[in-house]
Design a protein around this ligand. Structure first.
Ligand SMILES: [Zn+2]
Length: 279
């Protein structure tokens, strides 16, 4: 009982700290593990770092995003039951944000667990990514290891159901206003695409914190991620475009070609596609 109360207080504190985070992984970890795996301890706060990184990374860069036709944002949205919903959830360059939801029944067909280190032992859905993103993450982590950089995959795929239960828990325990301010509405979390992974170093103090950007791991990621098809999805200074605060840990797979253009020009995924609709 006490444990539950203090856990909730902790989750709230973390929640407050990661204001408007697109990830909200710390509180989600706690709430979902509490809700769905009552007999197991919360997965956060595990002793990490003792895990042996997986050997023999199967390399192979993700195939390009094949964004050759680059559809405009207007072309890929339709209203479903009153909710602006994307028409191309399976595309590697799909844009999901606060104005563009995934279909509530969308589950990627090619989810798989990348062979990379995680800072927890539970066999939970957040280990998963879509196939091309998983292979690219393995290649990215293998390169990091070669460069003496130790990375961990903190939180990947999140189902609509998980996000919904998280959101409803917020509403129940914190009220509607708090939920609306601090938690992504079900369908609008990019983690549901299976193309996003939150990454950290060994240091838990900078895990899912903006200070991660200043760590060797954070700096390495920002420099190298595009070569493996990933972008820093919520860059600094672009909050008004992405709808989210700076998240130097949130990687989004879009394919090498698209990632390199976005990262080298310092633009967002939204801007990349807005250009095509205005030209
Ligand atoms: Zn994230």
């Amino acid at each position: 009982m006490n444990k539950k109360v203090s856990g909730l207080a902790m989750a709230t504190a973390v929640c407050m700290a990661t204001l408007m985070s697109g990830c909200e992984a710390p509180s989600l970890d706690f709430l979902s593990s509490k809700k769905e795996q009552v007999s197991q301890p919360a997965s956060t706060g595990d002793s990490s770092g003792t895990e042996t990184p997986a050997e023999e990374p199967s390399t192979g860069h993700g195939q390009g995003s094949s964004a050759a036709h680059k559809p405009s944002m207007e072309e890929t949205i339709q209203t479903v039951e009153g909710i602006p919903t994307v028409t191309n959830p399976e595309e590697l360059y799909v844009i999901v944000n606060k104005q563009r939801a995934l279909p509530s029944d969308y589950v990627p067909s090619d989810l798989t667990e990348p062979n990379v280190p995680f800072p927890f032992k539970d066999k939970v859905e957040k280990r998963l990514l879509r196939e091309p993103a998983a292979r690219a993450l393995e290649a990215l982590f293998a390169q990091a290891k070669q460069d003496g950089i130790e990375l961990y995959a903190v939180s990947g795929y999140r189902s609509y159901k998980t996000q919904k239960s998280l959101y409803e828990t917020y509403v129940r325990t914190q009220g509607e206003a708090h939920a609306a301010a601090f938690s992504a509405v079900p369908g609008k979390s990019e983690h549901q695409t299976g193309l996003a992974m939150d990454v950290s170093g060994l240091d838990q103090a900078t895990r899912l914190e903006q200070t991660f950007a200043d760590t060797p791991e954070g700096m390495w990621l920002a420099e190298k991620c595009a070569a493996f098809g990933f972008i820093i999805r919520y860059p600094k200074g672009k909050e008004d475009i992405t709808g989210y605060a700076y998240e130097p840990w949130h990687l989004r797979y879009v394919g090498v070609e698209t990632a390199e253009e976005i990262m080298s020009r310092g633009i967002t995924l939204e801007e990349y596609f807005q250009e095509s609709s205005s030209s």
